[in-house]
Ligand binder design. Structure first.
Ligand SMILES: Nc1ncnc2c1ncn2[C@@H]1O[C@H](COP(=O)(O)OP(=O)(O)OP(=O)(O)O)[C@@H](O)[C@H]1O
Ligand SMILES: [Mg+2]
Length: 454
């Protein structure tokens, strides 16, 4: 921590000297100024507190006080004066002076006032820091988008966050913002001061995932040398985010369901029932209803989770939000990369808005990141997005023959080709056509293609 800096403003050298000596010996950095003008210039050096004489050769203390507060509200000002009238005192206080000291003053008193005043700024700065760090990154406003879909989504997230709901299901394609919404749900709720724990169900084998979630007793299995609390226990009062819930094994699905219904569980190898109050936010980019139909996912768990479903729209369904998202990411990467890119050109927006975005907002973010790292211009231009330009112009190369085409026939033929090229992998075929898996599946049915799916 650096020492606080104090600026002493007085035209009398003796007063400056006595204050400076005292404050330096108290451990502060001290700057001096003889005039109002010099005082304002000194602010640039970074000043925490000003001891300001009311009578200055070039102006008066109240005028300087006003300018200091315009420069930075948080700088504390203690006015020193030999002849305080009630009017000047009132005016100074209104302008935000911290204190008024009569001349001649007692050095000990001034020193004590300075110390107290600096305590309050330190606190105020800490509070502000805390708010910006902790709250703002995941407030509702972090979900960018002004389209009807995104406006409705933000409203829904805001409402769900403050309900007592203990489960929420987030569905949507990859990169649509499920992680983001899970955090907003937590930080916009009254659970915000409690833990937010996050686990990806596909990342761990069943036994490990179980003990991560529920914890285990000592000796519960070979490696369990010590007792361990699970995420549900650690997050008591807060939120557990279960990502990729569609990948959870049937055995664990049953245990999770029991927990959701009873609000209590046993540690692996334990007998005691442990009660906790956590909200479970589950996410998946699979179509869970389909998984239920295929007996890959328990019906009862699906219904339990699906009480409050939130569906994330695919980016291609709200391209009008692309400029806003682009601006948002440019702003973020300007800070991260210390760049000053002003925005994107209309040609760039045209390219970005006509692309299909199979990877949704994540893909857009990555594309902007790459363009910003490579660009030296003031604005990002169409040529900064070569992959998108190619995709779009490739689309334009399908020139309509003079004889016309059978559009249905063409669609069917492209679908067959894409499936053949991707070895019948519907997701990969979709990427070739700018469609998602559901849209591919729909077309397979529509055209009656008897292909075994992936
Ligand atoms: N509406 C949005 N506003 C601002 N940023 C967004 C928005 N949607 C997504 N993002 C950002 O895009 C990136 C990808 O989002 P996120 O990780 O939440 O997607 P996801 O749905 O969880 O994807 P996956 O299914 O692959 O896990 C993140 O950096 C996220 O902050
Ligand atoms: Mg995610």
């Amino acid at each position: 921590m650096s020492k606080p800096t104090i600026l002493v403003v007085d035209d009398e050298a003796l007063i400056r000297w006595s204050l400076t000596e005292r404050l330096k010996s108290d451990g502060y950095e001290v700057l001096e100024a003889e005039t109002g003008q010099a005082a304002l210039e000194a602010l640039a050096e970074g000043v925490d507190l000003v001891l300001l004489d009311y009578r200055l050769p070039d102006t008066d203390g109240v005028a300087v006080l006003r300018k200091i507060k315009e420069f930075d509200q948080d700088i504390l000002v203690i006015l020193l004066t030999a002849f305080a009238t009630v009017d000047t005192a009132v005016e100074a206080m209104k302008l935000g002076a911290y204190h008024f000291a009569n001349k001649p003053f007692n050095l000990d008193e001034i020193a004590a006032t300075v110390e107290r005043a600096l305590e309050t700024t330190k606190l105020r700065r800490e509070v502000r820091q805390f708010r910006t760090n902790a709250a703002r990154p995941y407030s509702l406003e972090r979900i960018v988008g002004a389209s009807p879909q995104m406006t409705a989504l933000r409203q829904l997230v805001g409402r769900v966050a403050v309900t007592p709901a203990s489960t929420v299901l987030l569905t949507g394609e990859s990169g649509t913002g499920k992680d983001l919404v899970a955090k907003v749900l937590h930080y916009a709720s009254d659970r915000a001061s409690r833990p937010f724990m996050n686990i990806t169900c596909s990342a761990l084998p069943e036994q490990l995932l179980e003990s991560e979630l529920f914890g285990h007793e000592r000796g519960a299995f070979t490696d369990a040398r010590l007792q361990k609390k699970g995420l549900l226990e650690i997050a008591d009062g807060g939120t557990v985010f279960l990502d990729e819930i569609g990948e959870m094994t049937p055995g664990l699905q049953a245990k999770l369901l029991r927990f959701l219904e009873e609000k209590s569980f046993k540690r692996v190898g334990g007998f005691a029932d442990i009660r906790v109050d956590v909200r479970v936010v589950a996410a998946t980019n699979r179509d869970l209803e389909q998984e239920v139909a295929r007996h890959q996912f328990r019906t009862d768990l699906f219904f339990r989770l699906n009480v409050l479903p939130i569906t994330m729209p695919a980016l291609r369904s709200h391209p009008e939000d692309i400029p806003l998202l682009v601006e948002y990411f440019i702003d973020a990467f300007n800070t991260e990369f210390r760049k000053r890119i002003l925005g994107a050109t209309p040609a760039a927006y045209a390219v970005l808005q006509s692309y299909g975005w199979p990877g949704n907002v994540r893909e857009l973010r990555n594309v902007i990141e790459r363009a910003m790292l490579l660009s030296d211009a003031d604005r990002l231009d169409a040529r900064d997005f070569p992959a998108m330009t190619k995709a779009v112009s490739a689309g334009n190369e399908f020139e309509l023959p003079a004889t016309g085409v059978d559009l249905e026939q063409l669609e069917r033929s492209l679908l067959v080709q894409a499936l053949r090229r991707s070895g019948n992998n519907q997701t990969k075929a979709g990427q070739l056509l700018g469609l998602n898996r559901d849209q591919i599946r729909y077309r397979i049915e529509k055209f009656g293609l008897a292909l075994t799916s992936s």
